[in-house]
Design a protein around this ligand. Structure first.
Ligand code: ZN
Length: 143
């Protein structure tokens, strides 16, 4: 089934990089660039999740410390006000842990309704997105 034409791209890149230092340097730069491009999104999600939980930066810092990630309150503030624009993989993992989400999910916007998370209580409709909470028998259906 597997032919040399169907090799995973990652494998080909690793092999080429192993024998070509210039290519390897290009890959390293591309990866760094890619990770950097995700940082603003991660910070935006971090801020969103922190505020949704009504956590102060200090509270978030303490939650992170509890999972072994040292991210002082001042650094969190600097991330949120744009003075620092770097996040380590450890910090990303820590944020995922304290917010109870997959770390990689922080790298993309949450498309769910920020008011009801796409699931209003049964029988209620969301004032923001208009979704209606699922209920076995809906008495009054808003038109
Ligand atoms: Zn909604």
């Amino acid at each position: 089934m597997t032919s040399s034409h169907a090799r995973p791209l990652g494998e080909l890149i690793r092999e080429t990089a192993a024998s070509d230092p210039l290519f390897a340097e290009g890959v390293r730069r591309a990866q760094t660039q890619f990770i950097r491009s995700l940082v603003p999104q991660v910070i935006a999600r971090m801020t969103e999740l922190r505020k949704a939980r009504k956590w102060s930066a200090l509270h978030l810092s303490r939650e992170l410390a509890a999972v072994g990630v040292d991210l002082p309150r001042t650094i969190i503030a600097n991330l949120e006000n744009g003075r620092r624009q770097a996040i380590t993989v450890d910090e990303l993992a820590g944020l995922g842990a304290v917010f109870g989400v997959e770390p990689w999910s922080l790298t993309s916007p949450d498309m769910r309704c920020p008011h009801c998370w796409d699931s209003p209580p049964p029988g209620f409709s969301c004032n923001v997105c208009g979704n209606v909470g699922s209920v076995a028998a809906t008495a009054a259906k808003p038109e």
